[in-house]
Structures are given as C-alpha cells and as structure tokens.
Design a protein around this ligand. Structure first.
Ligand SMILES: O=c1[nH]cnc2c1ncn2[C@H]1C[C@H](O)[C@@H](CO)O1
Ligand SMILES: [Zn+2]
Length: 391
C-alpha cells in the first residue's frame, strides 16, 4: 500500500462526500440484526446463525464463493424474512437510513417484487410497503441531519417468466416512487432477449431500464442487452474489458477498442460497476486489477456501486476506499464518478441537474477547500507536504 498523499481523501471525508448510488439490492442490504429479529418474529428457523455478528460474517463468507450462482443462494435467507408489509417497510426504511448515514444523497434501490409474495401480499402491496419504507427512511435521515432521495427499481428474475407483469407494475408506479426496471439473477443460460417483450413494452411507454449484463457472462450478453433490448444502463458491464485490446490494459496509451466497447463509450452508456461484488463472484481478481481503473482512464461513463452491502460487507464509502487505495484516486475522481452516476439516474433531467449543481458540486467544493483551513490551523514551522510538493 502506498502512503496517502495530501490529496488523498481521508475515510471521514469519503463518508461525508455526497455520493450517488445506482445499483444496490434491497434484499442484499439488510442489517444482520434485522434479519435475526424478523426471523424470530415470523418463525423462520432456517437461518445459519442467530447471532447478528456471526450472521453478517456468514453472509460475507458464503457469498465469497467465486461463482454468481452460489453467491445468489444466500438471498434465500434475506427474501425469507421479507414477506410481510411490516418487514418490507422496516427493511426499506433502514436501507434509506443506512445509505444516508454513509453520505449517499441519491440512491436507486432495486428488488424483485415476485420474490416477496409468499406471505400473501400482492405485487402492488409489496411495492407500496417498500415505497412507504423508503419515505420513512428519508424522513428519519432528515431528522438525523442527513439528506437522501431514494427511488425504487423493480427487478424481474431472469430465470422466471414474470418480466412483462413486473414491467407493467413498474410503469403503473412510475412517478409514485418507482423510477425504472431491471432484470437480475443467474446470467449464463438466461440471455436478456428472453425478456424482450418487457423491454419493448417499456420502450413504448418511454420508461427506463437497466440490465444486469457482462458480469458472469461476457460480450454477447452486453451486446444483447444494448442492441436487442435497448438498455439505458448496464448492471456491472465489467466484461466490456474483453473488447479492449490486451496490450492496452496497463494504461490508456495504445489501447484499441472493439466495435462494442467503442459503442458503449461513444454512446456514454453508464456502467454500474460493483468492485467488491465482482471479486466475490470471480468477475475480477483484485481491486488493483479491476477493469474500472482502465475504463475510468478511457473515460467510459463509469459509476461506483455497492450491489449487496450485506453479502459484500460494504458501503459506498468502503467501495471508494478500496478504489482510492488501488488507484490513488482523489476527491476530483470521486466527484467525477458521482456526477457520472447522477447524470445516469432515471429521474428527470432538471432534477438530476439540480442534484449535481446544488448538492454534489458544492459538497465536493467544501471538502476540497478543507485542506486550506487544516494547514493554517496546524501552522507548522516548515512547509507542509502539500506546499512542498507544489514547489
Ligand atoms: O450481482 C448480481 N447479479 C445478478 N443478480 C443479482 C446480483 N445481486 C443480486 N442479484 C439478485 C438476487 C436478488 O434476490 C435479486 C433481486 O434483488 O437480484
Ligand atoms: Zn446486482
């Protein structure tokens, strides 16, 4: 590890920096204590651990399997405790609270309504419980002095056959807390074109969707998601690296992009990258080798995300900490990723712009100015490192 430079944000600055999150699963972000509580209250007795700390460790270790399929098995336990209105409300409220406490000012949180019907709720009741929970979480965050806005993305599971129904649900709750649609689940063997009807329907409705693609499967999945299905964004999209020439992987010079990679960059297709999740499922082998480094240098529309905070033991701040350590990123880089995310959000343009200009840029400007005051407060007799470096 390199020693931190003066321009390297501290963990505390990283937490305070305004962040925008586009890819976070509601059923992948529960507090372990909440899982234990709800399991006890609802009689779910299949949890592998009943001590919250041990349960948190179990999720992280079980998800650290090197395979997306095995990673996904852990969601059986979180979905099992999200089958009543009260449970969904609580989980959604805590999600908004936790994100806000971590400095997230805008989040799109996704979940699959079809996975929450076992307690007898209708699809509509599921959506309303989660929306109400998000509003409650936003309110609690405000009370704590944090500001966050949360929109829901409705996911259809790619191995199932309910995508048209879920797309219609997303459309019905548009402007009522739902901002878009997604498909998730095992990628290999379940190409996005299986759900073409749903995507074409949403296009006709002028609605927005993202597709998990290029995570456990490569370029054909990304190509289908964009050129057959018309995705607005790519969930992960990390395998786009396979269309970038090997000689160029170390740096930006001499890099050659294939047709698909060029298209993704030229069209500014947002990539919802989730570094820690990718390490766990085997889509990347280390933070330093994660394609996000090169893609950022090549000016792809890259964003930083958590995917599943519980399974990855992560947060937006932690994802940035890992990237800052691996790539020496500064507050300017953090701002760049954040503005990228905000530009790519599914809320209306004027609201995205206001969030960038009124919240994100002023937030980073304030953090970037802090060194001025720290220096004069410390008042060392000799010039500090940063001044010395400036010459
Ligand atoms: O990274 C992922 N890839 C594909 N599917 C995923 C990922 N993370 C979570 N899911 C699945 C499991 C959840 O139950 C579902 C809805 O949030 O989405
Ligand atoms: Zn995901």
């Amino acid at each position: 590890m390199q020693s931190p430079k003066p321009s390297t944000p501290t963990p505390e600055q990283i937490r305070r920096a305004p962040k925008a999150l586009l890819h976070d699963h509601l059923d992948g972000g529960l507090r372990p204590g909440t899982i234990v509580d709800i399991a006890r209250a609802t009689g779910y007795d299949a949890l592998p651990e009943t001590d919250p700390d041990k349960l948190g460790t179990w999720f992280r270790e079980a998800a650290d399997s090197g395979s997306l399929e095995r990673y996904l098995e852990t969601f059986a336990h979180t979905c099992a405790v999200m089958q009543t209105r009260d449970a969904l409300f609580r989980v959604a409220a805590e999600c908004a609270e936790d994100l806000a406490a971590d400095g997230v000012v805008y989040a799109e949180v996704r979940y699959a309504p079809e996975q929450h019907l076992e307690g007898g709720l209708s699809l509509e009741e599921v959506v309303e419980a989660v929306n109400d929970g998000f509003r409650e979480g936003e309110r609690r965050a405000r009370e704590d002095g944090n500001r966050i806005r949360v929109g829901a993305l409705l996911t259809a599971m790619r191995h199932a056959a309910r995508s048209q129904e879920i797309a219609e649900l997303a459309n019905r709750y548009r402007d009522l807390g739902v901002v878009g649609f997604d498909i998730a689940g095992a990628e290999a063997g379940y190409p996005p074109t299986r759900h073409l009807d749903a995507f074409e329907y949403l296009k006709r409705e002028n609605n927005h969707f993202t597709i998990h693609a290029g995570e456990a499967f490569g370029l054909p999945s990304i190509w289908q998601a964009l050129q057959w299905c018309g995705a607005d964004r790519l969930g992960h999209g990390v395998r786009i690296i396979d269309d970038i020439s090997a000689e160029g992987r170390g740096g930006a010079a001499g890099v050659k992009l294939g047709r698909l990679a060029s298209y993704v960059r030229d069209k500014r297709v947002p990539l919802e990258m989730c570094p820690t999740s990718n390490l766990q499922t085997g889509a990347a082998s280390s933070y330093a080798e994660h394609p996000i480094g090169l893609l950022r240098r090549l000016h792809f529309r890259v964003t930083v995300n958590t995917d599943n905070r519980l399974m990855s033991g992560t947060s937006m701040s932690r994802e940035f900490e890992h990237l800052i350590e691996a790539f020496d990123y500064t507050l300017d880089d953090m701002q760049w990723f954040t503005v990228n995310a905000m530009k790519s959000a599914f809320i209306p343009f004027d609201e995205r712009l206001a969030m960038i200009n009124e919240v994100i840029k002023p937030g980073y400007a304030e953090l970037k100015a802090e060194w001025l005051f720290r220096q004069s407060a410390a008042a060392p007799p000799v010039a500090s490192d940063s001044v010395a470096e400036e010459g």
